[in-house]
Design a protein around this ligand. Structure first.
Ligand code: SF4
Ligand code: SF4
Length: 438
């Protein structure tokens, strides 16, 4: 094995190991959530995943951004098929190992190049939308320096990767045309052929050095990109698939029941029930009602937090946000992820979670939580079927049921439910009075 192949193998194994470690931590963090069964209606789940994640079905609701996102997505996925060849070449010391495919290889390389140009253009447009046109949803309050930089870093990285790919191909053609050892005359290069004049006047050694440099930039860039994903919002590239598979399939506005409360109500309505009886077998006593911290949310809400692309479509459709309230469903997801990451670092440091005296409520205020109308415009708009409302509802439940904290407007309704068994200020004996008054 050549020294270059050994170096390549070390880089490849190191980057893959690091990526696996990071994914393992995310998996562990998601597993900190409460259990939730989302394995029913499997056929429907596959369809939702195919339509929303694979087919990007909800992205095209905004056609310009949607079409360009699809271009980047398809281009990036398809072009990375070429990574397979690069990896084999890197390990075995071969060059363009798939060139034996002949005309099919020509079509593949030609297709990759055309897609690479599409990706480049889309990235430039996206950068302009964010930094020159400064679209409002990319500059709202929660889009602080890091979220804005995160988006820019990934777009610039894709431009560098695609640029290295095209320049590598151009240098490759020059070397192949000169009959340089190992450089096979294979592939069609509809785009990079335009860059050939740049290399024509150079010596063989210079062109070879540049071709190798672009090759290494391309593959090391992809491995670096892979390891950047888990610390970035771009992890949605991977999580969009499981996240849509585990989508909520019941009607959007259907609120998840609290089994413990249901049990309590049944007990109250059953004259023969023993209120002091031990819980039935399999019935788990919750430690608390609602969510104080990320541990009290379901694992699906935690997966949602890692799947959020920070696109802001939810916030731009949120009536509370539009009318000037503090609430932003995107911020709810970003805060949940930030808190979950904080908890994860705590576990890394101590081996298990040590109480840090903090909670999710330190990041998400009561004002934000109570601004939500539960209209579900956010869940409808989200391109990866994230459900910020579930987190909002659980956090509200905690405030009301554990802390007895609510909005003044709701206090009388709660009192009426407690005293009259209904939200209205009339006792059960007065319920039919309205008929007498007619
Ligand atoms: S459900 Fe709440 S957070 Fe979502 S759009 Fe409606 S008001 Fe906004
Ligand atoms: S929750 Fe969905 S719509 Fe909102 S920012 Fe995240 S990915 Fe975008």
């Amino acid at each position: 094995m050549s020294p270059a192949s050994v170096i390549f193998l070390v880089v490849l194994l190191g980057a893959s190991g690091l990526f696996a470690r990071q994914v393992g931590k995310i998996r562990r963090n998601i597993g900190l959530g409460r259990p939730l069964d989302r394995t029913d209606r499997r056929a429907e789940r596959w369809k939702v995943m195919a339509r929303v994640a694979l087919g990007q079905g909800k992205m095209v609701a905004r056609p310009v951004a949607g079409v360009m996102h699809i271009l980047i997505y398809v281009g990036f996925v398809v072009i990375n098929i070429e990574v397979l060849e690069i990896v084999i070449d890197g390990v075995l010391g071969t060059h363009r190992v798939f060139s034996f495919l002949g005309p099919l290889y020509d079509v593949l390389i030609g297709g990759f190049e055309i897609l690479a140009v599409g990706v480049l253009l889309a990235c430039v447009v996206f950068l302009a939308r964010r930094n020159v046109l400064r679209l409002k949803r990319f500059w709202s309050k929660e889009m602080t320096v890091w979220p804005r930089s995160d988006a820019n870093i990934i777009l610039i990285a894709e431009i560098i990767l695609m640029g290295a790919f095209l320049k590598m191909n151009a240098a490759d053609q020059v070397l192949a045309a000169r009959g340089h050892a190992h450089y096979t005359l294979a592939g069609s290069y509809p785009v990079s052929t335009l860059l050939r004049p740049f290399f024509e006047g150079m010596s063989d050694a210079t062109v070879y050095g540049l071709e190798r440099a672009f090759w290494w930039v391309h593959i090391v860039g992809i491995l670096a990109f892979l390891n950047y994903l888990p610390i970035s919002k771009h992890f949605h590239i991977i999580l969009a698939f499981p996240n849509t598979w585990y989508s909520k399939l019941t009607p959007r506005t259907q609120v998840r029941n609290m089994p413990r409360v249901t049990e309590e109500v049944k007990l109250m309505l059953d004259p023969n029930a023993d209120p002091y009886a031990a819980p039935a077998e399999g019935q788990v006593e919750p430690e608390r009602f609602g969510a104080r911290d990320v541990f009290d949310l379901t694992w699906k809400s935690l997966m949602d937090a890692y799947s959020c692309t920070e696109c802001g479509r939810c916030t731009s459709e949120c009536p509370a946000n539009i009318t000037g309230k503090l609430l932003s469903p995107r911020k709810i997801m970003m805060d949940t992820r930030d808190r979950l990451e904080e908890v994860g670092r705590n576990i890394d440091r101590h081996g298990s979670f040590q109480d840090d005296g903090k909670s999710l409520h330190d990041r998400i205020s009561e004002e934000e939580l109570w601004a939500c109308t539960t209209c579900n415009a956010c869940t409808q708009a989200c391109p990866v079927n994230i459900d910020p409302v579930d987190i909002i509802m659980e956090m509200r439940r905690y405030l009301v049921m554990e802390e007895s904290r609510t909005r003044p407007a709701l206090t009388s309704m709660f009192n009426n439910v407690e005293n009259n068994g209904a939200p209205w200020a009339f006792g059960p004996d007065k319920r039919l009075q309205w008929m007498e008054e007619q």
